[in-house]
Design a protein around this ligand. Sequence first.
Ligand code: ADP
Length: 228
Amino acid sequence: MITFDKVNKRYDSGQDALVRVSLEMDRGEMVFLTGHSGAGKSTLLRLLTAIERPSGGSVLVAGQNLNRLRNSRIPYFRRNLGIVFQNHQLLFDRNVFDNVALPLTVAGCGRREVGRRVRAALDKVGLLQKEKHNPITLSGGEQQRVGIARAVVHKPAILVADEPTGNLDPRLSEEIMGLFGDFNAVGVTVLVASHDLELIARLRRRVITLRAGQLVFDGVPGRETVHP
Ligand code: ADP
């Protein structure tokens, strides 16, 4: 589903953010991406979502070689993806329903279809009762769940999250990670960047660790380590 083959990323500043990173993720896998601040996690996600282009090597996502993806095709490619940010980027002048509906409205979906899908997404994140609320009246954890509902409302094959629990306390963080696990359980391929090592260790999933742009660990912590 996702292949990085000897991927380099050097920013215009001359900073090498990724150095010969190779990894494979199968359809339906769930993986945590870890590493210190500046290790290259966001850069890897930005390449995967075609926000940035690699300087070398190749990135394949959902059968598409992103090196060959024309800019005009990027919006179509992104329909495969659900993207969750740390600062969930909700619109505070619209209610929860409208925030979640946004990607569907932009894609020109009909009203009944929008209603059906938005309620299905809100139900999955446990916020069906709050569709009329303004997101500003919700707690931090609830706001993040609205962001997740918006990311999955178009039923993407791949869900990508960059530090989705960054501002949350440990209990809420575990709940949010549990939600990602729920989507994975129904077949969504999930990649979550997080530096919350304690939480990740408890979840016993595959972990990929970056250090100064290099992949230094790929495996399940505590089990036999697999060095690249
Ligand atoms: P992480 O998400 O693990 O904190 P990043 O991918 O954000 O790491 O950053 C990796 C390295 O690339 C860091 O040294 C960072 O300063 C640098 N970097 C990130 N974005 C840019 C950019 N747009 N221009 C120049 N350097 C950048």
